[in-house]
Design a protein around this ligand. Sequence first.
Ligand code: 9MR
Length: 373
Amino acid sequence: MKNKFVGIMYSATLLIVACASSRNAMAQKAVSLKDVFKNDFVIGTALNATQIEEKDPKAALLVPQQFNTATPENIMKAEVIHPQWGTYQFDLADKLIAYGKKNNIKINAHTLIWHSQLPQFVRNIQSVDSFKTFFKNHITTVAGRYSGKVFSWDVVNEALNEDGTMRQSIFLDKLGDNYVTEAFRLAQAASPNTELYYNDYNNEQPAKRAGCIALIKKIKQAGVRIDGVGIQGHWHAGKIPLKEIEESIIQYTALGIKVMITELDIEVLPRNVEGADVSQRMKEDPSMNPYKNGLPDSVQQQLASDYEALFKLFLKYPGKVTRVTFWGVDDGQSWLNNWPVKGRVNYPLLFNREFKPKPAFYKVIALKKIEQE
Ligand code: 9MR
């Protein structure tokens, strides 16, 4: 009943909004995630190049209305921003900074050091000395350029295996297992007033969480600053690990750092690959794309109740969970339409392909309504 009420109210507000002439009036009147949770945590989205360049009018309207923080989905990764030795492409990242400024959206930059989406020249570096030079130049140049312009950096992304040991990567291979600490040290020097985070998937699971805690302690023991940990949050409908997420919020914040949900989406399609390791893939097969003509109501309701349960949990930890970022604005944008199977029709977010709020949106909003009554 309450959800229905919120739904009717939302539609009514959208109607008022559609009639309003100024953009300001719009921002004030629409029911928005960022306003509803303003006393709890900031609400973010991943932005792709089209959205940053405001080439999609629906996204250009919805993003500033709903979100007060954003993470570039791809354009600040090494492959894009540092394509060749000594050559940097800052155009899109500069546009993102301008977009954030114009729309009052804080930028979480993503990501300085990640084994994936590396430019080819990095993979070709043979000597340890040259690799060290690349590592230092990359962090110093990129973090330095956006010092004072971004709110935070995902300094290192996905450095751990599922069992909590260090992932075998080119960074581990060339620099040894202190490279994570060194990345934070360099980022701190290049961008002293920016918050610095470690980001991973499945790091709410006990073994990986233990490895993550050990890594954070190691950074701190070296006298290097780390401000927070990102739990990416690529979860599956009907299988949200609520208990482990709660335990992780408790254990991570006990280290004196912030916890953020940084890449939230909920998979509704069949899959036998866990987590978000982009190198893993599955074969294309029609049975793997069951909802190409629409999402059945039962799955829509499951998704809504999963999102409700998650936000209920986040709301239990005010001041500890400081940000919730969705990995995309609308279902059409999601990387899950192409991973681990290409060309599927997926439904993992709160806004559908027409940028309209889904039942999950109303459930999440209604949590605050109930709290206020
Ligand atoms: O969403 C991103 C997708 O567009 C890229 O093709 C992919 C390439 O590696 O990276 C995706 O984003 C990843 C993020 O940067 C780190 N965590 C896992 C995300 C999903 O793969």
